[in-house]
Design a protein around this ligand. Structure first.
Ligand code: SAH
Ligand code: F3S
Length: 479
């Protein structure tokens, strides 16, 4: 799973040319690292620039502007971006007219420092300042460096219709919140993406309608913490708490939004990511149970199985509360898959804490997971106040144990599908063989099966599962 995450991160490569405007004469090469939110942000950036003379290109050599949408979550993510910038530097030597910009979390974290450290960078733009890109590009075209890293309490890019980059034409991301207010002590996201804001539901519905009209079949609602979505007219939640009862009475929660999406678009399949256990309430589970077109899959990061560590991390729930939530998921949604994020080696983690992580995993038997070793991030509370005291070798060993255990559980989960028939949305050809289709079932398991002549990408088909690995179900189409 760990390696899969890395592959996924590498795969988030360059943009496909999906929308060409004839009047546009300049070429934009945009590359994204990190989370799904970053991919979606790159689509927003491509849309903003498409109205200002740029079409996207996959050919780096012909680009007038190269933008790298960066990730700061772990040190390694930042190193990957720095290496990439070295490559752009080499190309810039051949094509000095090419401009290079850094977007996203690293831009926000390092600000002007970027211009000094990485001499080839012309432009530094944080996640809330993309509307300013056309002005900033005019600045660099006039020979000046340009920086905008102002974070906003309002910006949701609600009215921007993203250019679908890298899309298979079947599934698309729709952002519903931006930022995060949770302040987990290890995490840089609240500093790089700012305060949490929810997006106007009308603009969400409009975007989904547009995707439906374009024949998309699956929508993933995105946010750092989707379950805390709350629409009451915009702005921060803190302000809402002081607002009138009237506003409270008309507020729209995440389960309301999900219910509305699933009811209004019965032909579309819905997913969402990410849920934070402290904000996931039973009403969301009941809404999932009510609608066949909401996929039975929840990504529910925990980070550690030890209540002591959860407290140090400022996660606002205990091991026991999490286990109760898992019990409720199984009770209300018996066929629901669950995945996790787990972070080993956080400050002060003992062998006993680690054993609690392993025993929690054994309790849940997750379908899959994303697993990491703690990496100290400058500016976070953990970096300021806690000692990064677990040696790297210990972190690596614990990570390996968690990965190995997850493999066992993933296989246990995929084996439960053997002999059963699953509904699969075809996303494209299997990477291993063009004689096979690849898709996912409701539980987000990857399913491959031999092509017959009639089905096509975007079809929902029934596949009988004959064999499996820990990551893939293999079967044959029955209808
Ligand atoms: N709520 C977010 C979490 C974003 S970060 C979401 O939408 O997914 C994704 C994961 O990266 C976290 O759940 C955590 O497991 C891991 N992570 C965050 N900060 C980290 C750090 N400093 N070192 C290692 N892993 C980290
Ligand atoms: Fe980070 Fe915790 Fe928010 S992991 S994104 S601060 S929920």
């Amino acid at each position: 799973m760990f390696t899969e995450k890395i592959i996924e991160e590498q795969k988030q490569g360059q943009a496909l040319i999906t929308e060409i405007k004839k009047e546009n004469s300049k070429k934009l090469f945009i590359e994204s690292y990190g989370c799904q939110m970053n991919l979606n942000d790159s689509e927003i950036v491509a849309a903003i620039l498409s109205d200002h003379g740029f079409n996207t290109t996959q050919n780096l050599e012909e680009a007038d502007l190269v933008l790298v949408n960066t990730c700061s979550i772990r040190e390694k993510a930042e190193q990957t971006v720095r290496k990439r910038l070295e490559k752009f530097n080499a190309i810039k030597k051949i094509n000095p007219k090419m401009k290079v910009g850094v977007l996203g979390c690293m831009a926000e974290r390092l600000k002007e420092q970027f211009l000094e450290e990485e001499k080839i960078v012309d432009l530094v733009v944080g996640p809330d300042a993309y509307r300013d890109l056309p002005n900033l590009i005019a600045e660099i075209e006039a020979g000046r460096d340009a920086v905008n890293v102002i974070l906003s309490r309002e910006e949701t890019y609600a009215d921007v219709s993203p250019v679908r980059l890298n899309s298979n034409g079947v599934s698309a991301f729709v952002s519903i919140t931006r930022g995060c207010d949770n302040m987990c002590t290890f995490c840089v996201v609240p500093f790089t993406r700012g305060r949490e804001r929810s997006r106007d539901p009308e603009s969400i519905i409009k975007e989904i309608q547009d995707l439906s009209d374009k024949n998309f079949k699956e929508i993933t609602l995105l946010g750092q913490n989707v379950d805390s979505y709350l629409w009451f007219g915009g702005g921060l939640k803190k302000d809402f708490k002081n607002a009138s009862d009237m506003a409270q009475a008309t507020a729209l929660s995440f389960s309301n939004l999900l219910d509305r999406c699933a009811s209004q678009f019965p032909k579309l399949r819905f997913r969402f990511s990410t849920s934070n256990p402290q904000d996931m309430h039973l009403d969301v589970l009941h809404t999932m149970a009510k609608h066949d077109n909401i996929c039975k899959y929840i990504h529910l990061p925990i980070q550690s199985g030890s209540t002591r560590m959860l407290e140090r991390m400022n996660r606002k729930h205990t091991r026991q509360e999490y286990m109760t939530l898992i019990d409720n998921v199984h009770k209300i949604l018996p066929d629901c898959a669950i995945s996790h994020d787990m972070m080993v080696g956080f400050c002060g983690e003992t062998e006993a804490d680690h054993q609690e992580t392993l025993s929690l995993m054994a309790y849940v038997k997750y379908d899959f997971g994303f697993m990491f070793a703690y990496s100290e991030r400058p500016g976070t509370l953990a970096a300021k106040k806690m000692d990064d005291d677990v040696p790297l070798t210990v972190k690596k060993r614990r990570l390996n144990e968690v990965i190995q255990l997850q493999r066992v559980h993933s296989l246990y989960r995929t084996e439960q599908f053997l002999g059963k028939t699953v509904e699969v949305l075809i996303e494209g050809e299997s990477k291993k063989s063009d004689a096979y289709w690849m898709g996912r079932n409701s539980q987000n398991a990857v399913v491959v099966f031999p092509k017959t002549n009639i089905e096509k990408v975007g079809d929902l088909v029934h596949v009988k599962v004959n064999t499996c690995t820990s990551a893939t179900l293999i079967g044959e189409k029955i209808s």
